[in-house]
Write a protein that binds this ligand. Sequence first.
Ligand SMILES: [Zn+2]
Length: 126
Amino acid sequence: MKKCEYCAKEISYHEMYCCDECQDQANKFYEMREKFQKPFSVINGIFVIAIGICIFLYSFLRDVGAIGASVSLIILGIMYFFLPFPPEIMIHKYKLKKSVKITKIIAAVIFALGIIVLILYLTKVI
Ligand SMILES: [Zn+2]
């Protein structure tokens, strides 16, 4: 059975969306992704690399490593939450609505991880 590209409700073969609202929501998503894809990729690239560098630095520059990694995680978490652009493979599997929801949950986890690293650093656990 074919499914609505937005909410994954079952639809007939000649449709793409189950209703106008789903089509509107999907259009809004693709417009937003079109608009922010570039800054998203740049910021994503910078902070993913920054996390790697900070983990490396941590062994001899504890402060820079711990603060850098936690701040990078917090920034990425916030960005993924407000610009939840799931990978195509996920959209294909879960359709748009659920993929965006999963991405926001992952964003919240990354944000929380950043806060935890910061708390562990400030309380001198790490
Ligand atoms: Zn739908």
